[in-house]
Design a protein around this ligand. Structure first.
Ligand SMILES: [Fe+2]
Length: 244
């Protein structure tokens, strides 16, 4: 049985667009937009940082933020647009199949980084206490015991990643429970039916200029810049949507 070209194209395009759409509506706060307009003939665009390039210093330097956002994230956006243009112009199944990897990688990179920027804010001491009074605090305590225990677990899991990837705090919409997962490269939680709440980027481009090869120091300091209000908002949005 042969799938028609239009059917194949629809399947691949839907994979990318649904992943972005899912992240927008399930995981991201309502004001967030990934500029999902390829069907209208427009391109995805690089979302601006929600703070100044130096806002995360001394945890993450201005130099890293400029490179990470302006070069690396932009490369995922450009790669996604190129792949979608190729998909719309494809005239045979071989061409469509050859685009699958680029769609997967670049859509994941765009989603992951769009969330990651908003997961952070200016550094705070004792930042794990920022979960106090938030709705997610109860879920964290039920699932992990405390915010300190959650962050220690994520630290262990992210440092165990071999090569490039991400560690995520996610909501499983089927059980409405929190979980910690790791994913390789630019895979994103939506690809495994989880809703991303908080991600740690462990690609070298995220830390090497500041921390060289000492990943552990990057991850330890990362908790000072976690925007728990954003994580909590994603949690509340995800729980609300999973109940509908
Ligand atoms: Fe990154």
């Amino acid at each position: 049985m042969h799938l028609s070209l239009s059917k194949v194209a629809f399947t691949f395009a839907s994979t990318a667009i649904l992943a972005l759409s899912s992240s927008t509506h399930c995981a991201a706060s309502s004001e967030e937009s990934f500029n999902i307009t390829p069907s209208a003939g427009k391109n995805y665009t690089l979302p601006p940082l929600p703070y100044a390039y130096n806002a995360l210093e001394p945890v993450i330097s201005e130099q890293i933020m400029k490179l990470h956002h302006d070069k690396h994230h932009k490369a995922y956006v450009d790669g996604l647009n190129t792949a979608l243009t190729g998909l719309s112009n494809a005239k045979d199944a071989d061409t469509i199949a050859s685009l699958q990897s680029a769609l997967h990688f670049n859509s994941g990179g765009h989603i992951n980084h769009s969330i990651f920027w908003k997961n952070m804010r200016a550094p705070r001491e004792d930042n794990n206490k920022s979960t106090n009074g938030l709705k997610i605090d109860k879920a964290i305590k039920e699932q992990f015991g405390s915010t300190d225990k959650l962050t220690k677990l994520m630290q262990t899991r992210v440092l165990a990643i071999q090569g490039s990837g991400w560690c995520w705090l996610v909501l499983d919409p089927a059980t409405q429970k929190l979980d910690v997962i790791t994913l390789p490269n630019q895979d994103t939680p939506g690809m495994v039916n989880k809703v991303p709440l908080l991600g740690i980027d462990i690609w070298e481009h995220a830390f090497y200029l500041d921390y060289l090869n000492v990943k552990a120091d990057y991850v330890t300091n990362f908790w000072k810049v976690v925007n728990w209000d954003d994580v909590n908002q994603r949690y509340e949005n995800a729980v609300s949507k999973s109940k509908n």
